[in-house]
Design a protein around this ligand. Structure first.
Ligand SMILES: *Cc1c(COP(=O)(O)O)cnc(C)c1O
Length: 822
């Protein structure tokens, strides 16, 4: 293979050709016998060899940031759902040919070797995956953006299914080491917890506050490279690991409690031990607040230390040169923590510190669900972060008195917007703290941002209309099209050239080919191949055989009531009922796949998993249904599973209750890969439908305004009685068809569907959903028509590249420019 740009720039860095490097690492780094290489060691050696190719451009990028000394951004997030790194690095560095040649020495295929890598599952779902797509796009666009997060020892739990139930197992993703990280012990920081505050006079006689008597721990950074797409840029994700300070407790030590003193180590390490597995809900645990503060304090100290090393104690230009993007309220402690560092440690006065802080923080909201809004009890705050609580009180007082001047006499308003929610147990409202402390507040899809302005944050919108803006989410077309769907990549490259990989706008050129019969034939062949790959994957993971000529209908995402996996199951039961009654005229064979993790404490979500499994096993074992219908629950849904699932999907289920899904990003991955969407007018579905054209989207259900309206007078039982097909579906489930040996287990679910208080209005949308699924069925019978619609979905997916999203963050919020080219 010819050397690439990248390998040329690394020639001087003492690296041989990849085949030699791979051998060297197998023999000398890993001590393996070449005659008998295990798949895991072949992966390790390949990863190290590729990582070596990244080192020089990584160092060069860092140096260029330092030289340029321009404005920089830090993306603060408790989650980065990276998935695997090897294939991404190989493709982005253009090493595909040479790594294949290297592996060929041992008769290994790249495809089998990349399978050995454990997903970095440092996130729950959409929010964490968004952070990962954003880092990829920042590197692609050569933007000076670094990610900051936590190096959880245990990522998102492993899910398996026993007797239809979800069972969780720990995900020790670091067990075999992590070839992609570099420990930077020299940048270790100290983080305080507990203790109390006191006032004192400094040398100049100024009264100041300090945080004393704290328990301190260390934050040790591990850097992961984020390689840009064939552009010699490698950005950094810095993940913090917690460790004990090596100062022993001398009292215990001398009292003969040496083991107890050493054991304290363990306590500190708890903080970065495990990712909290709650998606779209909060649990209020003390350890979680410790994690949030730990990330924020270590990251801000890191940035300030670098600042001081260059600019001394002059912070005049700090806000001009630095911006922090808060990924939801999880890192909201950044607001009071930056104030503390500037006022207490660097001795700025309050007003200067506030002007800096509120001009460099920007906040992204990710949800409208009340149960997901973070509120921490004042009692917990005061014990864990006493100095931060004082600062929050002071921010609140100044904020409320400013608003009181602007809206004299409106005491209700002051009560509504106070950062402290009063009551028996007062709480700090982290979303309000984030809004007050930031110069920008954004939602993640057009509808979501409008709902924030009209509802949840209406008071703040009235006070600061200019802070609010929309940034519709996106996904990286490198991972989610080019790398995971090489068949489609090659077809696109043959048809419209390769520019779309770096800039997806150009994919609109595809539309011209939608009516070209020869092109459509190739399109169909690619999809067919991906369906076969998916069918094999499903069989391997569930033992169920999907027929690749059937319609592949997929819903994968976290299991949550608002996402309405139940609605999907009700439709599958309806199809099964039609089959049992022989009403199958014109019915297209369909394979339905549902996958996703339920939070371990979310009992209803776990019961939904059980229902899906039970319905699946009845249908899949019924010879009467077999030709026409299959339903599987796909276990342990994760990034690397989605990389096989989305290329093989034909119908993408995006069926949340309107007004509840902030954006969705799974919907975008499917669209790029040519799936058609059946969906509600929710989140980014609305924009997907606008771009694709309404004739290329299967719309159903109430819109957000109708949802609000219907909730005032909702009678699901009347709907069920009046609709014979829906009535039969409910009878089947309630009559025990799917739980013969476990009577009554699904009553909680069916009672919920029949409850007039059901927040998710599942029964209200069922008729419209069944009808839209009939349209899907009919459209699928016309292969040419379906293919055309599929092509047009991919052709109009350009807007949903995270490169577009990040371009807007860079221009409109961050005001940063790409690094100058060398
Ligand atoms: C994209 C993605 C999500 C987000 O899916 P939504 O359908 O937007 O909720 C969650 N988990 C994984 C593994 C993903 O890749």
């Amino acid at each position: 293979m010819p050397d690439t740009k990248q390998s040329k720039s690394t020639n001087h860095a003492l690296l041989g050709p990849l085949p030699t490097e791979l051998r060297r690492h197998l023999l000398h780094t890993l001590g393996q016998n070449e005659k008998d290489i295990s798949p895991n060691y072949s992966y390790q050696a390949a990863a190290i060899a590729v990582r070596d190719r990244i080192s020089q451009p990584w160092l060069d990028t860092r140096e260029k940031f330092a030289e340029t000394d321009g404005r920089r951004v830090r993306y603060l997030s408790l989650e980065f759902l990276l998935g695997r790194s090897l294939n991404n690095a190989v493709q982005n560095l253009e090493l595909d040919g040479s790594i294949r040649e290297a592996l060929n020495q041992y008769s290994l295929e790249l495809e089998e070797v990349v399978e050995q890598e454990h997903d970095a599952g440092l996130g729950n779902g959409g929010l964490g995956r968004l952070a990962a797509c954003f880092l990829d796009s920042c590197a692609n666009l050569r933007l000076p953006v670094a990610g900051y997060g936590i190096r959880y020892e245990f990522g998102m739990f492993h899910q398996h299914i026993e007797n239809g139930h979800q069972v969780e197992a720990p995900d020790h993703w670091l067990r075999n080491g992590n070839a992609w990280e570099i420990e930077r012990a020299e940048d270790t920081k100290k983080v305080k917890l507990y203790g109390h505050t006191e006032r004192y006079r400094d040398e100049d006689g100024v009264t100041r506050s300090r945080w004393v008597g704290s328990h301190d721990l260390l934050a040790v950074p591990y850097d992961m490279p984020i390689p840009g797409y064939r552009n010699n840029t490698v950005n950094t994700l810095r993940l913090w690991k917690a460790a004990a300070t090596d100062v022993f407790d001398l009292k215990e030590f001398n009292a003969g409690s040496y083991p107890e003193a050493v054991a304290a180590q363990n306590n500190a390490e708890q903080i970065s031990m495990v990712l909290y597995p709650n998606d779209a809900s909060e649990n209020g645990k003390e350890l979680r607040l410790k994690q949030q503060y730990f990330l924020v304090s270590a990251s801000l100290q890191d940035v300030l230390q670098e600042w001081v090393s260059k600019h001394g104690s002059d912070f005049t230009d700090f806000a001009e040169k630095n911006c922090f993007q808060l990924n939801d309220t999880h890192p909201a402690c950044a607001v009071p923590e930056l104030m503390r560092l500037l006022v207490d440690e660097h001795h700025l006065d309050w007003d200067d510190a506030w002007s800096i802080t509120s001009n460099c923080m920007a906040y992204t909201n990710h949800t409208l669900l009340p149960e997901a809004l973070e509120r921490w009890s004042v009692a917990l705050f005061s014990s864990l972060l006493p100095r931060l609580l004082e600062i929050i009180y002071e921010i609140n007082e100044r904020f409320l008195s400013q608003v009181a001047k602007q809206y004299p006499g409106d005491n209700d308003l002051l009560k509504r917007i106070s950062l402290i929610e009063e009551g028996d147990q007062p709480h700090v409202q982290m979303a309000y703290l984030s809004i007050v402390g930031s110069f920008s507040v954004n939602g993640v899809a057009a509808l979501h941002t409008e709902l924030l302005k009209d509802g949840l944050f209406a008071d703040f919108y009235r006070i600061w209309p200019d802070k609010f803006n929309n940034k519709t989410n996106g996904v990286t077309q490198r991972r989610w099209l080019s790398h995971c769907n090489p068949g489609l990549r090659d077809l696109l490259n043959d048809t419209i050239g390769t520019e779309w990989e770096a800039n997806l706008e150009g994919i609109s050129e595809l539309a011209k080919h939608a009516d070209d019969a020869a092109f459509r034939k190739r399109w169909l062949a690619v999809k067919q191949h991906n369906k076969e790959r998916l069918a094999d994957y499903v069989f391997k993971n569930t033992g169920v055989k999907f027929d690749p000529s059937a319609l592949f209908d997929v819903q994968v995402k976290r299991i949550h009531e608002y996402k309405r996996q139940l609605l999907n199951v009700l439709h599958v039961v309806h199809l099964y009922d039609r089959i049992l009654r022989g009403e199958t005229k014109g019915m297209v064979p369909r394979c339905v796949l549902i996958g996703g993790k339920a939070a371990p404490g979310y009992h209803l979500a776990k019961l939904i998993v059980k229902l899906i499994n039970n319905v699946g096993s009845v249908i899949n074992n019924d010879p009467k249904a077999n030709e026409l219908l299959k339903l599987v629950f796909f276990p342990n849904y994760r990034v690397s599973a989605m990389e096989v699932i989305c290329p093989g999907t034909e119908l993408s289920e995006q069926i949340s209750t309107a007004g509840k899904e902030a954006s969705g990003t799974g919907n975008m991955k499917f669209m790029m890969n040519g799936a058609l969407t059946i969906g509600t007018l929710d989140g980014a579905n609305i924009e997907i439908r606008e771009k694709a054209g309404e004739e290329n989207f299967f719309l159903f259900g109430l819109d957000a305004a109708e949802v609000v309206e219907l909730k005032m007078d909702y009678d699901p039982n009347a709907i069920i009685s009046a609709d014979a097909e829906i009535h039969r579906v409910m009878e089947m489930i309630e009559g025990g068809t799917f739980n013969k040996d476990e009577p009554g287990i699904f009553n909680v679910l069916t009672n919920g569907l029949r409850n007039p208080q059901d927040q998710w209005l599942t029964i209200a949308d069922l008729r419209s959903y069944i009808d839209a699924q009939r349209e899907v069925n009919d459209a699928y019978q016309d292969v040419e028509k379906w293919n055309r619609m599929s092509i047009l979905n991919t052709a109009t997916s350009g807007w949903f590249s995270s490169d577009r999203t990040i371009g807007q963050y860079a221009d409109e919020i961050w005001k940063v420019k790409p690094l100058p080219k060398s």
